[in-house]
Design a binder for this molecule. Sequence first.
Ligand SMILES: Cc1cc2nc3c(=O)[nH]c(=O)nc-3n(C[C@H](O)[C@H](O)[C@H](O)COP(=O)(O)O)c2cc1C
Length: 199
Amino acid sequence: MHFYEPSQGHRLPHDPFNAIVGPRPIGWIASQDAQGVLNLAPYSFFNAFNYTPPIVGFASLGRKDTVRNIEATGEFVWNLVTRDLAEAMNTSCAAVGPEVDEFALAGLATAASRVVRVPRVAASPVSFECRVTQIIQLQTAQGQSVETWLTLGEVVGVHIDERLLVDGVYDTAAARPVLRGGGPADYFELGERFQMRRP
Ligand SMILES: Cc1cc2nc3c(=O)[nH]c(=O)nc-3n(C[C@H](O)[C@H](O)[C@H](O)COP(=O)(O)O)c2cc1C
């Protein structure tokens, strides 16, 4: 077995952490600053954390515009990245100033949300309107602050393209979600489905 203590370095050509904890769903997060300037960015340190009420969260490595916006307005919208939207998602990660609207940068139209003010990505077939619940600065095992913020939000509105509902059941594969792997450029699409019931 290759063993390493991350604090001492991994001794590999690439840090394997992201490739091991993968593929990951992507949080494509729309937000707005207090003046209403739109923002859109992908976060793959993203997941769902609760069912009732539904809560999703993402980690910002550094206090990025998305976190600042959510802190200012209390709202964000998660959008599903599908295969058709992969290139636009990638464009939206550009390191641009807070005054730049990544919807416009990526050529994406907005659609009005129903509960929050932040709009959603019109071309995305699934969006969650969210209200922030907690913004937590991470810390090390020694209690030292890490420059990473975990932002959690309650899902207060859900939009689903009806084409993804087959007899009312959401069809995960039909959406062709884009998943993030490791390294600078790896992404995945879904593989084979199998089923297993709990004991
Ligand atoms: C697929 C993908 C996943 C990303 N995941 C993260 C992440 O989990 N955390 C993070 O801080 N940055 C992540 N980034 C980089 C941010 O998207 C990038 O820094 C962006 O400019 C942040 O935008 P903002 O400052 O408008 O919030 C990711 C980029 C891509 C393309």
